[in-house]
Ligand binder design. Structure first.
Ligand SMILES: [Zn+2]
Length: 346
């Protein structure tokens, strides 16, 4: 059985079980790994187990004590969870140190200093650590340098490069690996069955392959429309001359088909750009004589495009820039226009 039902991160769980048994849980951790692989789920489960009133050194939350019940309900007085609001580009300062009229009398840093009420110590999870502004990071430094006794703060981000050096150097870094295809298939199958849906083995296999280790991506690909869009996107990217107008139209189309909710549209565009990044990256590897194991659709598309390494690199950079633009909450229409215009010229 995987630790607390979370697939794929048993080795990390073992590290924490030993650390807890030895009384060596650190004050601050930085969880790193690609999106959608369970880092936040793991962080929350870890805190629930650490806070559980009946857990006996094996880091197993009982799920029934008052501490577990409140942690599950998101109302635990000793557990703070902060994340970037969807409409903001960075984590607001007030989430860490309180609004201007409540400076240092509210926010995560202040709450960590309070006396624990239910658990024996205070806990906090800071999701979206990639989106810490320098100012917000500076506010965190004091907490990271002199953590309140026993407090545990977990920062969750995607790559080490995206964290400020001052933060990186003050946390114990824990690296999470992508999930295997088998794990993704197993999770999706269970979830779909719970929803009363049946999913064929071949569809599962295809989704797992294109999701590249990310369960969050795999869930998006459950939508058949997206799987077919993936094939047509690769075709459009490989075609020369590249038809920018068509690429723009189809991209906007798939983004708008996600519905009116801005966060869903952003998730769609992020996926389109991730797919494009996969495409250019695979092509770049191939131009250096390295063939990564890729699926047929992608392999066929990169074979039909002949381009110089410089061209490929430029296209890859433009796509990475556009991807960063989505995270900065840039206007999606303008972003897509600029991205397609640039790769058309490249
Ligand atoms: Zn419990």
């Amino acid at each position: 059985m995987p630790w607390e039902g979370i697939l794929g991160h048993d080795l990390i769980a073992e590290q924490f079980v030993s650390a807890e048994a030895a009384g060596r849980i650190a004050g601050s951790y930085l969880f790193i790994g690609q999106e959608g692989i369970g880092k936040a789920t793991f962080a929350k489960a870890l805190i629930m187990a650490l806070a559980c009133q009946r857990s006996e050194n094996q880091l197993k939350a009982c799920g029934k004590c008052i501490s577990c019940v409140q942690a599950l309900a998101g109302t635990h007085p000793d557990v703070e969870i902060v994340q970037k609001p969807a409409e903001r580009t960075t984590i607001p300062l007030e989430a860490l140190i309180g609004s201007p009229d409540q400076r240092l009398r509210a926010g995560l840093c202040w709450r960590l200093l309070l006396r624990p009420q239910l658990a024996s110590r205070k806990f906090a999870v800071l999701l979206d650590a990639d989106h810490l502004s320098e100012e917000a990071a500076n506010c965190l430094l004091k907490t990271l340098e002199e953590p309140p006794p026993g407090a545990v703060l977990i920062l969750v981000g995607t790559t080490l490069e995206r964290q400020l050096p001052t933060i990186r150097s003050r946390c114990q870094v824990i690296r999470f690996s992508p999930l295997t295809d088998t794990m993704i298939k197993e999770i999706l199958q269970t979830e779909e069955l719970q929803n009363g849906q049946e999913i064929t083995d071949s569809t599962l296999a295809e989704i797992a392959r294109v999701a590249q280790g990310s369960l969050a991506k795999a869930r998006l690909f459950l939508d058949q429309e997206l799987t077919s869009f993936r094939s047509s996107l690769f075709k459009m990217l490989a075609e020369r001359p590249l038809r920018g107008v068509q690429l723009t139209r189809e991209t906007i189309g798939i983004v708008e088909a996600a519905g009116k909710e801005p966060s869903l549209r952003r998730a769609r565009l992020r996926l389109v750009l991730d797919l494009s990044i996969d495409f250019f990256r695979a092509k770049l590897f191939e131009s250096h004589g390295v063939r990564h194991p890729t699926d047929e659709t992608l392999a066929h598309a990169i074979d039909t495009w002949s381009a110089s390494p410089e061209q490929i690199t430029r296209c890859l950079e433009y796509s990475l820039d556009a991807r960063a633009g989505v995270d900065r909450n840039a206007n999606l229409g303008i972003l897509v226009d600029a991205w397609t215009a640039k790769i058309e010229r490249a």
